[in-house]
Design a protein. Structure first.
Length: 333
């Protein structure tokens, strides 16, 4: 009898870790660099809500906003190493991986409106770009919209010549680097988390971003003038570590796909309104002056930045430019 009791106890000890493992939730660490109160921030929280709901708690999503886990330059490497499972970086962040084709999306005056952008990313262009990530151990799940860029400084920027000599923070896109150089400014790559202090101390003179980011990061507090230029688009790619994703039980992955699809629809549906609300809120503070381009101003910006398209051929390649040109019915040079 004593031997039987010992055998049962030993079996219980051996089984306990497996039972605990079976009962413990699958953890997805979702890291991003913006505030919770932005389209991307709200999208991440919506995905968390839906993922945990649809998997009946078998998945737990931990959202880390505002670079609390990783900064811009660190996060993709962390994803590849498996230190974090999910990210939503701006598409310009893929160039350091050797996938420069994503920078075609940063071309100035490329998307005429949000719907044009949405159609392109749901179509051939978006799918083709995601295929490029697979070789890097990354799986693309969705594209999230964050609307159009504005520019700011401590002087009005309405003519291309107004940029002359100003140091501008950029996220890393060489396409953005090029169009800022074409108007006479000096682009500087800088982590998103460092931008406020850099603007405040004069390390850089200005930046480009969406209205929701200007508001939630309080950039408007340290920039006297903002031009509502909408000269380029900001989009994010929600990505996941491929090994982690393919290793999930098929039923769990199906539910997460459903959660991501709904979170994407939600995020993209609120992006435009969030930016309009943010712009109104910035205006209400009275801390910065908003400037709007006239038709003549806009034409001057477009002409000044147009050489970026010809230059981009050597940077991103003809194939992606042809895809974008066909999808959007635009001329590349």
């Amino acid at each position: 009898m004593r031997k039987l009791l010992l055998a049962v106890a030993a079996a219980a000890v051996l089984l306990t870790p497996a039972v605990v493992q079976a009962q413990s939730a699958i953890v997805i660490k979702f890291s991003h660099v913006v505030a919770n109160d932005t389209p991307k921030g709200k999208g991440a929280l919506k995905f968390k809500e839906l993922a945990e709901k649809y998997t009946d708690g078998k998945v737990k999503v931990e959202v880390y906003p505002n670079s609390t886990l990783y900064k811009d330059k660190e996060e993709i490497e962390a994803l590849q190493l498996g230190s974090v499972q999910m990210l939503a970086p701006s598409t310009a962040k893929f160039a350091p991986l050797g996938i420069k084709e994503f920078e075609a999306l940063d071309l100035p005056w490329l998307f005429k409106d949000d719907q044009t952008y949405s159609n392109a990313m749901k179509g051939t262009v978006g799918k083709w770009l995601f295929q490029k990530l697979e070789a890097k151990g990354i799986t693309g799940l969705a594209y999230w919209d964050n609307g159009f860029h504005m520019v700011s400084s401590n002087r009005p920027l309405t003519k291309p010549t107004d940029f002359q000599g100003l140091k501008f923070r950029i996220s890393g896109s060489k396409v953005a680097d090029q169009y800022f150089r074409l108007v006479g400014s000096i682009p500087q790559i800088m982590a998103f988390s460092e931008v406020y202090q850099a603007l405040q101390t004069g390390v850089v003179d200005g930046c480009e971003n969406t209205a929701s980011n200007y508001l939630t990061q309080k950039f408007y507090e340290v920039q006297k003038d903002i031009t509502v230029s909408y000269h380029a688009h900001l989009q994010y790619a929600v990505i996941v570590n491929s090994k982690f994703w393919s290793g999930l039980p098929p039923d769990i992955r199906t539910q997460l796909d459903k959660a991501m699809a709904e979170a994407t629809d939600y995020t993209n549906s609120i992006a435009r309104q969030e930016n309009e609300d943010a712009l109104a809120e910035i205006k209400k503070t009275g801390k910065t002056t908003l400037h709007y381009l006239t038709d003549a101003d806009r034409k001057a910006w477009q002409e000044a930045m147009q050489p970026t398209y010809k230059w981009a051929k050597g940077r991103v390649g003809q194939e992606v430019l042809d895809l974008v040109a066909k999808e959007l019915d635009v001329k590349m040079n």
